[in-house]
Design a protein around this ligand. Sequence first.
Ligand code: UAG
Ligand code: ATP
Ligand code: API
Ligand code: MG
Length: 487
Amino acid sequence: MQLLQNILQHVQVLSTHGSLEVPVQGIVFDSRQVREGSLFVAVRGVQADGHAFMPKAEEAHAAAIVCEELPQELKPGMTYVQVKDSAEALGQMASAFYGHPSKKLQLVGVTGTNGKTTSVTLLHKLFRELGYHVGMISTVQNQIDEEVIPSTHTTPDAVKLNELLAQMVKAGCTHAFMEVSSHAMVQRRVAGITFAGGVFTNITHDHLDYHGSFEEYIKAKKSFFDMLPKNAFALVNADDKRGPIMVQNTKASAHFYALRKMVEFKGRLIDNTIQGLHLEVNGQEIWAKLIGAFNAYNLLGAYGVAVLLGEDPTESLTVLSSLSSAAGRFDYVVSDAQITGIVDYAHTPDALENVLQTIQQIRNPNQKVITLVGCGGNRDAAKRPVMADIACRLSDQVILTSDNPRFEEPQAILEDMQKGVKPLDFKKTLSVLDRKEAIKTAVMLAQPNDIILVAGKGHETYQEIKGVKYDFDDKQILSEMFRQLGK
Ligand SMILES: CC(=O)N[C@H]1[C@@H](OP(=O)(O)OP(=O)(O)OC[C@H]2O[C@@H](n3ccc(=O)[nH]c3=O)[C@H](O)[C@@H]2O)O[C@H](CO)[C@@H](O)[C@@H]1O[C@H](C)C(=O)N[C@@H](C)C(=O)N[C@H](CCC(=O)O)C(=O)O
Ligand SMILES: Nc1ncnc2c1ncn2[C@@H]1O[C@H](COP(=O)(O)OP(=O)(O)OP(=O)(O)O)[C@@H](O)[C@H]1O
Ligand SMILES: N[C@H](CCC[C@H](N)C(=O)O)C(=O)O
Ligand SMILES: [Mg+2]
């Protein structure tokens, strides 16, 4: 419990009506969750405008309402606070309500199109090995040391985020590593959060449906570095064309990592095999367990963070070299017939291209590559034909299928993908709408020693169709098909 006036400290308030000394039991931004004593914040969303639900919050006996526009009639006895930006205010108030937990941790945020989950997972494992109590907030799961807290978003909403950070502080964590998505930046989910550092992995095609254009998507990522404080670090992949833009206006100190440029954290890829990566990092050679050239970037970024947080470079590198990746990232099973099945969360053109390039680099010339891929519904439709084309270009056989159709027609998504298949590739491409049938088909087509890539869903254990999440686990189904078909 906190008094309203105490949590308004950093909020840009335009007007107040009623007492600010009301006790607040909790902060909510969904009228359906208002309980007696809740503070209801009216936020404008994509589907709806929270302001329309202020009467519901009044009926449910909210303690007070924070909004950008006051209702026409103010309810007697109720407190209203008019603010400039409700989403920003929500973040500031959530931080104050939970005692500013981000200030009590060394909190590092990772942003970029691909590599966020892998990076925070590596950092969490590294700092655990170095002996700290560590928190993690990621797409796959949130963690406090080894305790797993299920995750619903890549970056949780402001209230959930501060609640999680407060739990970490309470558990004695000194460090926390979190993913910062572009949606979170636009929706101000991290407003009021104090970061010790920020990392930029890369930016390529994704989420154009939400941001409208690539320029707007870049701006959303850059806004994270614009909000970092002066004493924080901004660690940027200098090989990405947009790396320098990210730190153009930051107050934080800029640092760079790269494989192709001479920078502070400099890596060199010596070899890339199914056993892992042979790398040189700032003059030291390591054999890392992670597979795929793109993981050289994730390792370098994690190394840079460790050094910038004051850890010993050699010890950090040694630990990093022993770490495995996050669930569903180049996760592979080898069947009895020596067919290699790879499950990977590649759901963007760049990720798919990188994973397939890696497979091309590590395979023997006699191993055929069969790629199974689908695209999510109610997400960027422009990437669909591009991903189908990449799959065809880098595979011997392609099976186009469904991912999470959400509220779209699976057949329509498939047809968007088919538009990317060039006439010369028609004969190597099959379309099997049912994802389980598609996996079965891939296994039936595979000969001993072949490679099957099942892309797009990685760690996900469900398939989301019309608002219902049905059990679905690519890796489990793949193993089941190997057994069922005697492969
Ligand atoms: C597009 C998007 O990001 N939507 C997020 C957004 O919902 P919204 O803007 O649609 O909300 P809305 O339905 O318009 O409602 C507006 C306001 O009215 C309120 N409301 C609504 C109904 C009601 O009866 N009463 C009420 O008070 C809502 O609580 C909300 O505050 O705010 C919600 C609360 O924080 C999020 O749960 C929701 O995430 C949806 C479920 C989602 O799928 N988001 C994805 C795209 C996302 O955020 N992904 C990124 C990762 C991307 C990546 O890394 O590749 C992530 O960080 O997870
Ligand atoms: N540094 C990287 N550069 C390019 N591709 C990568 C990189 N790291 C991972 N990938 C590819 O992208 C996929 C997603 O990786 P990861 O889950 O780490 O990214 P993410 O940024 O967390 O994604 P999301 O935005 O969906 O949460 C991986 O399965 C792999 O195919
Ligand atoms: N964080 C990503 C996940 C995409 C995963 C893919 N399986 C899909 O459903 O499109 C998003 O929300 O766009
Ligand atoms: Mg992620």
